[in-house]
Design a protein around this ligand. Structure first.
Ligand code: ZN
Length: 420
């Protein structure tokens, strides 16, 4: 598929493939639209071509909006291709499934990306497209993970970068951004304030590629690769249900777009998976609207430990609501205590330590299972978007290490184990 144009999601107006993100006519968001792939119709050939591709997300370059193609096999140096991203593990979570009374649960572990979150995918596409368009600096408004990804990708590409985050972010995320030598601004305000500032700055600095503002149509397409990988890793099959955390809602809508594109091409068969969205009750504009039967989200002021999901005014909220309803899914919210329990449950049953956003997703899965919303025979995929080492405060004090003197007696006393 070759990217052909930008198209308004609301009124259908078309634009060339430039750094533009809002429709001039109706202020709707713009999305990349594609022509058919050169070997459309020959499913076997298309699958072979994908399988023979790079061992990262660029194996799906045919479905991504780059004019000059991906960083190819002859272009494998980090300084040109950027960080190797994607093709993260899809892990069978048998013990988690058993604990929840389900049959088949898989964990797509996107913490395995270079900066330990799914944001490396969207940044890879945005920065590749930014260079095609001649930009010489990367920038972003971030709740944390995106800042990590932009700073690292810019360092890998040898570009300057500017990262804007709320000042009250987790220390781990601030350190893991600063280390790359980025220009880091910690803004006194919440993410929605940061985003507003960056929208203004992007008009002032039209030579900067703000990955999630003026590059947003390209950036968001990177999330489709999560869906492609899940389908390919399941042996060119679709899951029945996918559970995805919701911040702006972009990831949720693009995962669905990825599945639909492959169904249309015949690369996979069956119906589009049921889509469940996951939010924290401390920032649940989409879950609130879903529960109230509304088509639009009422903005909220975030207050939750799930800071990476703390977007009070989610741009893609209405599209998430439409999709969740159309696929027979839902958007649910869970408390901070449920989030902590979700982090622990995933860690104990799979060996995967996720950040708070993953705790939200696990807790929503547990809630759906408890409510009986999931048929026991379903194949469920849970999307883990980030690493637990980035949000250590969330679990501090929730477990107990026993400090002992270096003697066998002290150990036996502390752990009440006596050798037979
Ligand atoms: Zn429009």
């Amino acid at each position: 598929m070759a990217a052909e144009k930008l198209k308004c999601k609301e009124c259908g107006s078309e634009y060339p493939l430039v750094a533009l993100y809002v429709c001039d006519r109706c202020f709707g968001p713009l999305e990349v639209s594609y022509g058919p792939p050169t070997d459309a119709g020959d499913v076997a050939a298309l699958r072979r071509r994908i399988q023979a591709g790079r061992g990262d997300m660029w194996r799906y370059a045919d479905f991504l909006p780059l004019a000059g193609g991906p960083p190819g096999p002859s272009n494998q140096f980090a300084s040109r291709a950027g960080l190797p991203t994607g093709w993260t593990p899809l892990v069978s979570a048998d013990r988690l499934a058993e604990r929840l009374g389900l049959r088949e649960v898989w964990v797509k572990n996107d913490a395995a990306n270079p900066t330990h979150s799914f944001k490396d995918r969207v940044v890879a596409v945005a920065s590749a497209r930014a260079r095609e368009l001649g930009f010489n600096a990367l920038a972003c408004a971030s709740t944390g993970n995106l800042g990590n990804a932009v700073a690292a990708q810019a360092a890998a590409l040898g570009l300057p970068s500017y990262v804007f985050i709320p000042a009250d972010l987790e220390e781990q995320k601030i350190l893991a951004t600063s280390i790359y030598g980025t220009n880091l601004a910690t803004v006194r305000g919440n993410y929605d304030d940061v985003n507003r500032l960056c929208t203004e700055l992007s008009a002032e600095h039209d030579d900067w590629a703000f990955v999630n503002i003026n590059m947003r149509p390209y950036y968001s397409e990177g999330s489709k690769t999560v869906a492609y990988e899940i389908a390919e890793q399941l042996g060119w099959e679709l899951p029945d249900r996918v559970i995805v955390p919701i911040a702006s809602g972009s990831l949720f809508t693009k995962i669905n777009k990825g599945f639909r594109e492959w169904i249309e091409l015949g690369l996979v068969s069956g119906r589009e998976p049921v889509m469940n969205g996951a939010q924290a009750t401390g920032c649940a504009p989409v879950a609130n609207a879903f529960a109230a039967g509304q088509d639009f989200c009422q903005p909220v002021k975030p207050s939750t430990i799930a800071k990476s999901l703390s977007i009070g005014n989610p741009a893609d909220g209405p599209y998430v609501l439409e999709l969740a309803r159309r696929t027979g899914g839902s958007v649910d919210a869970v408390s901070d205590d449920q989030i902590r329990a979700g982090i622990a449950l995933l860690a104990e049953t799979t060996g995967i330590f996720t950040e708070t956003a993953g705790g939200v997703t696990v807790a929503v899965l547990a809630e759906l299972a408890r409510r009986g919303d999931i048929d026991p025979d379903e194949r469920v995929v849970l999307l883990i978007t980030g690493d637990g080492l980035k949000t250590l405060d969330a679990v501090r004090g929730s477990f107990k290490a026993r400090e002992i003197d270096p003697t066998v007696d002290a150990f036996d006393l502390a752990f009440e184990t006596v050798a037979a």
